[in-house]
Ligand binder design. Structure first.
Ligand code: DAH
Length: 334
């Protein structure tokens, strides 16, 4: 009797088929209500007592083997059917990709333009101390020009603040690196200002500085001309005298934008001119504060707001759009 069982077990083990009917009849033959396995179970009472244990185990093995075999063969049919109907040459589902933020796009363009003429990237911390943001930049305590930028101070320690401009990176770099040096520093800056269509309490700036022997205002003008040509394709410039504590002399740069469209009239207030940046010759006091010999070295510096440039290039009317993360806005820069 055990021999008969073992024959069935090896039959099942060797059984293979891809034919649905054949598989079903195997199932009925072994596992059906009147099938072999039930028949073997009812034979159990006739098995000699000393073989009952082995017999019982073997029937169970057979039963498990048969139902596993049945399930596996059925699964195999399903799979192979699927592989026939699936067309792997069909194009895939499109994956929608993200895009760079317009501020990042403009920042990259500006950094590229200056990298081409030898400016190196250098970044500094957004949480700054008084020395790097103000004092070393020729803005001692109680200097009235500190009010030009409303500052966020850390309440527990008025020496610590959120930097109000990227000019702080100048100081950090000058302190650590002997001239000649030529760096560009993009980053976030913070000012305690009311939020409106034109101002925001966090925005982005790019600072540039070049210090070497015999650097002159003519070099500065030439560099800015190169920048406006590369960035806007425009080369009609105007340098207006201005004041910054860290530069002497200081200037604000306007470019002639033109008066061709209604938008041109609106953004230039009917003048055709647009202010795009501040600049000047690095004040000798700043060099000295950073232990650089101001008799031997001179330099120029400039600073510009990235949002402002992005608003001009993409004709964006409201600065708040940059910070709302509205997908309908961001999708336009793919
Ligand atoms: N730090 C100035 C600001 O935030 C911008 C600036 C003006 C930077 C003139 C300069 C500069 O380096 O020379 O308004």
């Amino acid at each position: 009797m055990i021999k008969k069982l073992e024959d069935h077990i090896s039959y099942i083990k060797n059984f293979d088929s891809k034919d649905k009917d054949e598989i079903e009849s195997m199932k009925i033959k072994f596992l059906g209500r009147k099938g072999l396995i039930n028949e073997l179970f009812s034979d159990f009472k006739n098995v000699p007592a000393d073989q009952k244990k082995e017999y019982g185990q073997k029937i169970n093995d057979l039963k498990n083997l048969a139902s596993d075999k049945y399930e596996n063969l059925k699964l195999g049919i399903k799979k192979s059917r699927k592989s026939i109907t699936e067309d792997y040459t069909k194009p895939g589902f499109p994956i929608s990709s993200g895009s760079l933020h317009p501020i990042t796009l403009i920042k990259n363009r500006i950094v590229d333009i200056f990298s081409k003429v030898g400016f190196e990237l250098s970044e500094g911390p957004e949480i700054e101390d008084d020395w790097h943001n103000f004092t070393a930049l020729n803005l001692p305590q109680d200097h009235p020009a500190r009010d030009m930028q409303d500052t966020f101070f850390i309440q527990q320690d008025p020496d610590i603040l959120l930097r109000t401009h990227t000019s702080s990176v100048q100081v950090r770099y000058l302190e650590d690196n002997p001239p000649p040096l030529k760096i560009i520093s993009p980053g976030r800056v913070y000012r305690n200002e009311a939020i409106s269509s034109r101002s925001h309490c966090m925005f982005h700036q790019i600072e540039g500085i070049y210090v070497d022997e015999k650097v002159s205002f003519a070099d500065l003008k030439q560099m800015i001309l190169y920048f406006t040509k590369s960035m806007f394709g425009k080369s009609k410039l105007r340098f207006r005298p201005s004041f910054f504590p860290f530069t002497e002399p200081s200037a604000e740069v306007d470019i002639y934008w033109g008066l061709e469209t209604e938008t041109d009239y609106r953004i230039t207030k009917g003048t055709g001119w647009l202010e795009i940046m501040g600049c000047g010759m690095v004040d000798p006091n700043v060099l000295q504060n950073c232990n650089i010999d101001s008799e031997k070295y001179t330099g120029y510096a400039f600073g510009l707001g990235i949002e402002r440039i992005a608003m001009l290039i993409y004709q964006i009317p409201d600065i708040r759009l940059f910070f709302e993360n509205d997908i309908r806005f961001l999708n336009q820069f793919k």
